[in-house]
Design a protein around this ligand. Structure first.
Ligand code: PLP
Length: 359
């Protein structure tokens, strides 16, 4: 069977060898970190060591609550926000959207960038406490939000208000510096660590309501210590490769545009590992099947949305109609992606286009 090409790293990227070894090693020596005996204390020490290493690697000096991933980190933050008036950007991941009650959303422009005017207009009349969720990079398009400007807008002249900001950094943690948010959600399986582990970084845990259980009462359930140790190892082993990803993506996009394709969010700064492309006239589902049969794994929208192929709320928030949004696929790179992978994808893109023309 010919080797497959994996271009869906934004969904999950393969575990790095150092992280896999660290998990395997940790599986071999076991105890519950909450147990008071010597074995439990050793597990607790290993847990705290991993916590310190992850904080150091991410450059975070606040608290860190281990979770099962970014979804749970977001849920803990949103569950613990009490009576804060809440708003989220219109392009958040479903992990945020499923908690965001009410019709209001912070609008984005045609490139997917949060409207600072709209943010200001929502904040000014709102009560004394507000809670805002904005992602660092979009998981479908790679569009990076201008976090410095967003934070400046939120903090400006609002001495009478307490505004907390949760940044969903599932796609950027370990790759780009963390934004100046009060809380940050991260996920290990997006950065070369094992699945099923992540963290909520919190500047001041007193802002969250404790619910009992582990992690100083902010998360229930025995910590997944082998995965946590693998998470630390992945962050430490990660090598900078964003420049290479940017060059690969530029190669891909030049060819796609030359072939009549459309790059989504092309005018915005984007995380170099993710690109979203529209092939006019071809439904994303047909594209996915074509690429899959040709041995190439890509996705339509986020992994969870692509299972159902529902219309992307991200693309419609950017002003695309449902038909156009339904013709967009996501290509995402990992540290192992090379030019041959990109060229193989392009060859299949051209084959599909030629078939369309012939039809
Ligand atoms: N937020 C974003 C932007 C994501 O891309 C993802 C993963 O798809 C999540 C949240 C959820 O992360 P996890 O799988 O760790 O729960």
């Amino acid at each position: 069977m010919p080797e497959r090409i994996y271009l869906d790293h934004a969904a999950t990227t393969p575990i790095l060898p150092a992280a896999r070894e660290a998990v395997a090693e940790a599986m071999g020596r076991w105890a519950n970190p909450s147990s008071p005996h010597a074995e439990g204390r050793a597990a607790r020490a290993a847990l705290e060591d991993a916590r310190a290493r992850i904080k150091a690697a991410l450059g975070w000096n606040g608290d860190l609550i281990f979770t099962s991933g970014a979804t749970e980190a977001i849920a803990i933050a949103l569950r613990g926000r009490g009576a804060y008036e809440t708003n989220v950007s219109a392009v958040e991941h479903d992990a945020v959207m499923r908690h965001a009650e009410g019709p209001q959303r912070i609008e984005v422009d045609a490139d997917g960038l949060v409207s600072l005017d709209h943010l200001r207009a929502w904040l000014d009349p709102c009560g004394a406490t507000a809670f805002i969720v904005i992602q660092a990079a979009n998981n479908e398009t790679g569009v990076l939000q201008p976090y410095d400007e967003i934070v400046a807008t939120i903090r400006a002249d609002r001495v009478d208000k307490e505004v907390l900001v949760l940044a969903d950094c599932a796609q950027t943690a370990g790759r780009l510096p963390l934004p100046a948010a009060d809380m940050i959600a991260v996920s290990a399986h997006k950065l070369g660590g094992p699945p099923g582990v992540g963290a909520l970084l919190v500047r001041d845990v007193a802002r969250l309501s404790a619910t009992g259980g582990q992690e100083r009462g902010y998360r229930g359930g025995t910590e997944n210590l082998p995965a946590i140790i693998g998470f630390a190892a992945a962050l430490e082993a990660a090598e900078p490769w964003l420049d290479r990803a940017a060059a690969l993506r530029a190669r891909l996009e030049t060819a796609i545009v030359a072939e009549g394709g459309e790059v989504i969010g092309a005018n915005a700064a984007r995380l170099p590992t993710i690109g979203a492309y529209r092939m006019p006239g071809v439904a994303a589902a047909a594209q996915l099947i074509h690429f899959d049969l040709a041995g190439i794994a890509v996705s339509a929208g986020s992994a969870c949305a692509s299972g159902s192929l529902k219309t992307s709320h991200v693309l419609t928030a950017m002003g695309m109609d449902a038909t156009a949004a339904g013709e967009v696929i996501r290509v995402s790179f990992g540290s192992s992606t090379d030019e041959a992978d990109v060229d193989a994808f392009l060859a299949q893109w051209r084959t599909l286009k030629a078939r369309l023309r012939a039809a």
